[in-house]
Design a protein. Structure first.
Length: 224
C-alpha cells in the first residue's frame, strides 16, 4: 500500500473511537486530514469538534462540523491525532506540523488519546525525527545552547526564508542528535527551561491507543 492508502486506512479505523453525541478532539496533519474525510461521513452523529490548529479548524468548517473553543467545553472523550514518532509505550514526538502546543492542550483535555499513524512512525527510541520545540523568539538562541549542552543541534525552522511563525505567534526549534530514552523525565526537564512554550515530546500526554497502518491492515496497540 502507498503511504496515503495507509493513512486513509487508519483514518477510517479511528471512527470507532468517536463517541456519538459528543465533541471530538481533532489534531493536525496529513494523517488527520484523512480522518477528517472519514469524520465527514458521520458528521451528523457528533455535536462538533475542538481543533488543535487553524488549518484543521478551516477543514472542519468546510465539511460542516461545528468547531468549539477549548474554553467552551469540558473534558473530551477522545482526541485523535497523528505522530512523527511513537514508541512501544505510547510516548510520542509531535510537532512536525508546528501545532504541538495546541495539540498538547487538547490532548490534556481528553480522556483518551488515539494516535493514528503508518508503521514507519513506530520506533524503539524517540529522537531520530527532529524534535520540535516551540519557543518565545527572544529565548531561541539560549534554548538552542541548552540543547547543545545535551548533545543536540537546534535549528530555527524557516518558511520562505524567514522564521516560521506558529498559530500562537512563536517560533519553532527543530533539534537533532538526541536519543530520548526517558521521555517523561526529558519532557519535564525541558518544560522548565525559560522561554520554552512546549516541547514536542508527548509523554505526560501519551497515546492510550495507536492505530498503526500496515500492509496487512490496521494494527491496534494499547498502552497502559
Amino acid at each position: 500500500m502507498t503511504q496515503d492508502e495507509l493513512k486513509a486506512l487508519v483514518g477510517q479505523a479511528a471512527l470507532q473511537y468517536v463517541v456519538p453525541g459528543e465533541i471530538v478532539g481533532v489534531g493536525t496533519g496529513s494523517t488527520v486530514n484523512f480522518f477528517l474525510d472519514a469524520l465527514a461521513t458521520v458528521r451528523d452523529t457528533i455535536k462538533g469538534a475542538v481543533s488543535s490548529s487553524e488549518a484543521s479548524t478551516a477543514r472542519l468548517k468546510a465539511i460542516g462540523i461545528p468547531v468549539f473553543d477549548c474554553n467552551e467545553v469540558g473534558e473530551l472523550a477522545v482526541y485523535i491525532d497523528g505522530a512523527d514518532e511513537i514508541d512501544s509505550r505510547g510516548y510520542m514526538v509531535k510537532g512536525g506540523g508546528a501545532a504541538l502546543t495546541r495539540e498538547k492542550i487538547v490532548a490534556a483535555q481528553s480522556r483518551l488519546f488515539v494516535c493514528i499513524a503508518d508503521a514507519s512512525k513506530l520506533v524503539e527510541t524517540l529522537g531520530a525525527f527532529p524534535l520540535p520545540v516551540e519557543v518565545i523568539p527572544m529565548a531561541a538562541q539560549r534554548v538552542a545552547r541548552q540543547f547543545a549542552a545535551l548533545g543536540g543541534q537546534a535549528r530555527l525552522r524557516l518558511k520562505d526564508g524567514q522564521p516560521l511563525v506558529t498559530d500562537n505567534g512563536q517560533q519553532i526549534l527543530d533539534v537533532t542528535g538526541l536519543a530520548i530514552t526517558d521521555p517523561l523525565a526529558f519532557e519535564s526537564e525541558v518544560n522548565q527551561w525559560p522561554g520554552v512554550v512546549t516541547v514536542g515530546v508527548f509523554a505526560h500526554q501519551k497515546a492510550g491507543v495507536c492505530l498503526l497502518g500496515t500492509d496487512s491492515g490496521v494494527r491496534t496497540l494499547e498502552f497502559r
